[in-house]
Design a protein around this ligand. Structure first.
Ligand code: FRU
Length: 502
């Protein structure tokens, strides 16, 4: 009873701060710089794609990432570097690994990879006893101009190392350390397991991941190959393999993440497999269909942080929030590309024993947040919220479904534009429609409608919605299903309309 009274009071209080459509307020236009997110990380300038070498050391989370130091389009791929103490505020550091010229007429770009802390100095790169050496294992992408066209000639895995927590690096003088003579062989993800280094690395065009091991990061022995299952509509990239705790008991399972999966073959995305790993071979549990990490169009190349402290058993991943289909055309100025919120992972078994990935944002608590519970009559009456922080906010919504009919949440709402989240109570389908979200015509594939099935839990639908100037990230039912999409509204109205008859 008390709970119900409080709910109604919350709504009345919120209504008091609401504006109506009739009110003629001066709505500021979105200026070129306004797409920059306030609580997601985007580089100060230039192009960025995949996160690389996510690693924790001595109180710092390191984010290395694919970066073009010269332009806001893809090219000259190098690793940029930012650090954070709280996964919320990031400090940009100097470029970590730059592309280099080779002795012949080729050049090497630094493609995606990982960083480990070599605390036992297995590599011998550091002074005896030094415990804080970082080793980067990256794909050396060799390319050359052939008949006037820039072409890749080889991809292999190489090393660089740093004795000052990633501030300066040396390339290993005997690179590459793993070369199988393939043009497409990339994105090594390395982790320490039972006294050995393990690497998962993609053979993109074969929809396969190879697993290797090494005692010193320099000599690698092939253990097994996994793949040719799940989604094979697009090449496989950026694999990772790690343990994830199961909610409610002491169990842990292994999860393999792969970037590329998509029901619609036009689009990139990510899929996951749950299974077991015996140190040599990853065996996926039986699964029905493709399992998607995120149902939006803009979550890719996510990998986990290495070396998290022992009191942090849940892995944390971070993804590139964009899509190769239109990434080079997004209408931002001075920079292009950004990252998702960091997400903590766990697994939840359903009644038939299938494990589902649960993702919870590790969010910035300074985010301006509105928390609201609504029931069927509230939805019928409708509500328009005014967000104080304009187009950057968190909206934590609980819908008590009971007698509720279909309803929608119009985010980034103004007279001409809306990013519409809609729920169908019969099919349990949650849809995000960005076809009228603002600037959509920079690429014909951008205006899109995404959906995911979210069954209610205990009669409720919970929507934790993060809107940050040019991104919408939705965590439904405490992270049971997640959807990430970029959007480019042209007004800073900060209005949200919620209801059945909008
Ligand atoms: C994935 C990817 C990787 C590659 C990198 C190049 O987005 O294509 O496979 O290493 O980007 O920038």
């Amino acid at each position: 009873m008390m709970h119900k009274l409080l709910t109604s009071l919350t709504i009345i209080a919120l209504l008091a701060t609401c504006t109506t459509k009739e009110e003629k307020t001066q709505v500021p236009d979105v200026e070129p710089g306004d797409y920059r997110p306030a609580y997601h990380y985007a580089p100060p300038q230039n192009w960025t794609n995949d996160p690389n070498g996510l690693v924790y050391l001595d109180g710092e989370y390191h984010l290395f990432y694919q970066y073009n130091p010269e332009a806001d389009t893809w090219g000259h791929m190098s690793w940029a570097h930012a650090v954070s103490e709280d996964l919320k505020t990031w400090e940009e550091l100097p470029l970590a690994l730059a592309e280099y010229q080779n002795a012949d007429s080729t050049e090497t770009m630094i493609f995606s990879g990982s960083v480990v802390v070599d605390s036992l100095n297995t590599s011998g790169f550091f002074e005896p006893g030094f415990k804080k050496g970082m080793v980067a294992i990256y794909t050396s992408h060799v390319h050359q101009e052939i008949d006037g066209k820039d072409q890749g000639v080889a991809q292999h895995q190489s090393l660089a190392y740093s004795a000052d927590k990633g501030r300066s690096w040396k390339y290993f003088d005997k690179n590459p350390v793993l070369d199988i003579g393939m043009k497409d062989f990339r994105d090594p993800s390395v982790f320490w397991y039972e006294g050995m280094w393990k690497m998962v690395v993609a053979k993109p065009k074969e929809y396969a991941v190879q697993i290797y091991e090494s005692s010193d990061l320099k000599k690698w022995t092939r253990l097994s190959e996994f793949g040719r299952m799940g989604d094979m509509a697009k090449i496989w990239e950026c694999p990772s393999l790690f343990k994830v705790p199961v909610e409610g008991n002491e169990e842990e399972k292994w999860v393999m993440l792969i970037s590329s999966a998509a029901e619609d073959t036009e689009f990139t995305g990510m899929q996951y497999f749950v299974g077991s790993f015996d140190g040599k071979r990853f065996q996926a549990d039986r699964q029905k269909g493709v399992r998607r990490v995120d149902y939006g169009k803009d979550f890719y190349a996510a990998i986990p942080f290495n070396n998290l402290p022992a009191n942090q058993p849940k892995p944390i991943i971070l993804g590139w929030a964009s899509n190769w289909v239109y990434a080079g055309k997004t209408p931002t100025t001075g920079y292009r590309g950004m990252f998702s919120l960091p997400r903590q992972l766990s697994l939840r078994p359903d009644s038939s024993g299938v494990y589902h990935l649960i993702q919870q944002p590790v969010f910035k608590d300074k985010i301006s947040t509105k928390t609201l519970t609504m029931k069927a009559p509230d939805l019928k009456a409708g509500v328009v919220l005014k967000m104080d922080a304009g187009n950057s906010y968190r909206l934590n919504l609980t819908i008590e479904l009971d007698e509720a009919e279909n309803f929608s949440v119009k985010l980034l709402n103004n007279e001409m534009e809306e990013s519409v989240l809609a729920y169908d109570v019969v099919t349990n389908k949650l849809t995000l429609d960005r076809t009228k979200s603002g600037k959509v015509d920079f690429h014909e594939k951008f205006p899109s409608v995404e959906s995911m099935i979210v069954p209610p839990r205990n009669g409720e639908l919970k929507l934790d919605i993060f809107v940050d100037n040019s991104i919408v990230e939705i965590f439904a039912n405490d992270g049971a299903a997640v959807l990430t999409d970029l959007v480019y509204p042209t007004k800073k109205k900060g209005e949200v309309a919620i209801g059945t008859n909008l």
